[in-house]
Design a protein around this ligand. Structure first.
Ligand code: 6OD
Length: 472
């Protein structure tokens, strides 16, 4: 259902939901028209002038905590909905997606409470003889459009909705048309939490709905996670209204395995970083560089562990038939470019599943090693020196995440400081402290979210300067 101005609505148009594990249609969802989007934006604007606009920090914290409690109270429903939409293993939804969504609301409730603003005693200077106190107020931006992707649907929707509400904004959310179920449940939870009408609105739909929303002159900010190409299109629309944007986009993330690494940990970590959610996480590893003395051993062990992964248990399907076709196209391209397929490389005879795939033998200038695939695949290449591998990792259009495997502490810090990526993990992967800045360089995004960075993006600082030494 759509959720506009505090009411659930259907629509004349609908779109179908498909189960990616078997390709069968499982239901339909109302599709928001331009008129629905207009009404959602208008409701969000009105709500800013209502009780929500007067709500203080304590009131907003209480709302965030009630939403977190509401998700938790319906935990199993949320898990089932996420699994139905994405086909991901239940374990992943139950240990990552849904708990993290709860965590997003709790974290921003706490961060809001701990937040301090700037204040400076300002000395008399220049053309003023009196001193002053200068301090900063934070105002909400207004109506925020949140456009969320299909890979971690509730996690990434709430990653933006929670801080946007924390700072007193109102929201019009558009989840991916492939994964709308948990967003609808979230609207139910928000409704039951007594959040005033219009503070949170939900419109379902595909590109046309999203395009109308992000180009809307009534939208004051856009927060988007998704494909780099879509980010470019959104930015074009945002330019017309000078709407601020926060973008988390694609990646071609590298892992670097030094010869001194704990090889078992590096292999297990790479299996996780390349194949979790079948590689459909922007932080997944698609390029692996292994120092030459351990290269053969690493490739053998990685191939062996990859072969042992079980569909439905360790990884799910591609999200759609279209995405599966794209990933398989990359597999074909890799072979045309001369890759050796160490393991995998084919579609499976089951829904939209494809085999987890390890490739070797390609140069750094091939499309396979340069383009984001967003599937269960990595290419492994040998390297010799630290300087060489840092240069190869950084030779990318993207700069989202990287992983370094080494037991040499000095090297870990040295290399982490030189890698051009928004986050560098050392001897771990995808450990996310919600207080840290998150985002990418170059084509991987614009801006940072996380902790104070999200609260900054979703608010407008205003300086107040109070003269305290009266001029005579
Ligand atoms: O963990 C997060 O907060 C985050 N933003 C993950 C992004 C994953 C992209 O696919």
């Amino acid at each position: 259902m759509l959720y506009i101005d505090g009411a659930f609505e259907s629509a004349a148009d609908t779109f179908a939901l498909v189960d990616p594990t078997d390709g069968r249609t499982t239901g339909t969802v109302p599709e928001a028209s331009a008129a629905h989007v207009d009404r959602a934006v208008a409701a969000a604007r009105r709500a800013l002038g209502g009780p929500w606009g007067e709500e203080g920090v304590e009131g907003r914290r209480a709302v965030l905590r009630r939403i977190a409690d509401g998700i938790e109270a319906r935990f199993d429903e949320f898990v089932a909905a996420e699994v139905a939409d994405t086909g991901k293993p239940r374990e992943l939804a139950a240990t990552v997606d849904i708990p993290r969504a709860v965590g997003n609301f709790r974290a921003y409730a706490d961060l809001l409470y701990g937040r301090a603003e700037e204040a400076y005693p300002t000395a008399a200077h220049g053309w003023n003889s009196g001193a002053a106190l200068s301090y900063t107020l934070r105002r909400p931006l207004g109506v925020v459009a949140v456009v969320a992707p299909w890979n971690l649907p509730l996690l990434l929707l709430t990653w933006k909705v929670a801080p946007a509400l924390a700072m007193g904004n109102t929201v019009v959310a558009k989840p991916s048309e492939l994964t709308p179920r948990t967003a609808t449940l979230l609207a139910e939870v928000i409704d039951a939490a007594g959040v005033p009408a219009g503070v949170f609105n939900l419109v379902h739909g595909a590109a046309a709905t999203g395009a109308h929303l992000v180009a809307h002159p009534g939208v004051d900010a856009i927060a988007f996670t998704g494909a780099t190409a879509t980010g470019r299109t959104i930015m074009g629309a945002a330019a017309a209204n000078l709407t601020p944007v926060s973008f988390e986009l694609g990646g071609k993330n590298a892992a670097v395995v030094f010869a001194d690494a704990d090889l078992d940990a590096a292999v297990a970590g790479t299996v996780r970083s390349s194949f979790t959610h079948a590689g459909q996480i922007c932080l997944c590893t698609e390029r692996v560089y292994v120092q030459r003395p351990v290269y053969d051993r690493f490739v053998r062990a990685l191939a062996e562990r990859t072969r042992a992964l079980r569909p439905g248990v360790d990884y799910g399907p591609m999200i759609s038939a279209g995405h599966r076709a794209k990933v398989l196209g990359h597999f074909r391209l890799a072979e045309e470019e001369g890759a050796t397929v160490e393991v995998g490389g084919r579609a499976m005879d089951q829904g939209f599943f494809v085999e987890p795939t390890v490739l070797t033998g390609l140069g750094d200038d091939t499309r396979t090693v340069r383009e984001e695939i967003f599937g269960p695949v990595c290419h492994v290449a040998p390297f010799d020196t630290e300087a060489e591998v840092v240069g190869r990792v950084n030779d990318s259009e993207y700069g989202l995440a990287a992983t370094v495997w080494t037991t040499d502490l000095s090297r870990a810090h040295r290399v982490a400081a030189r890698i051009e990526a928004g986050i560098v993990w050392v001897n771990c992967w995808n450990l996310r402290d919600l207080r840290t800045p998150f985002g990418g360089l170059r084509s991987s995004g614009i801006g940072r979210e996380g902790g104070a960075h999200s609260l900054d993006f979703f608010s407008e600082p205003v300086t107040v300067c109070v003269g305290i030494g009266a001029e005579q």
